[in-house]
Design a protein around this ligand. Sequence first.
Ligand code: ZN
Length: 221
Amino acid sequence: MLRFCYGPMDCGKSTLALQIDHNHARQGRRGLLLVRHDRSGEPQISSRIGITRQALEVHAGTDVRKLIREQWIAGRHVDYLIVDEAQFLSPAQVEQLAELADEVQIDVYCFGIATDFQSHLFPGARRLFELADELQPVQVEVLCWCGAPGRFNARVSDGEVLREGDTVVVADTGPGVFESTTSLQPEANSTTLRYQVLCRRHYRLGDLGPAAGKRGQLRLT
Ligand SMILES: [Zn+2]
């Protein structure tokens, strides 16, 4: 089985990933934790509520089947795989996971974000939507500032919702704050980006809410 649990940022995906690992491990099953671009910069699955487990880093060119074969060679059986930040997998890596599920009956649990800051599917997430046996939205609801369900990860810089830029910006420096690693402009290195989850309407309008300040909002009714 190949499963994809998806949701916006901060909806508790990594926490759920670690819970599922715990549930399987308690049954005596042997799992392997994989991660692509963990927010801590270390190969580990770390949830924002403070639980952390070591994981293997999947790099851009990693063949996941080979990773599993190496485990077998080392005498370690693998019953299940937990993959965090699965949106960053390449489509080919998602296909490798499907192959592992089909050919050697490994249970694969992928966790990730569906859409990027431009509201388009990440290529890895798209391939998971196409191939997974089960798709499950993570049930912990993240709300927009207006109270509506938040499904869009807005990238914010200087109080503005950004519409253009690289899809992947990594190296988190704290909860919800990301340092840009893009170097398209000389000053981009010092730009502090953050993400804010918004409902579709406020994502579309670029409205970060009254707390965002900066725009001197007038509420006319
Ligand atoms: Zn809203």
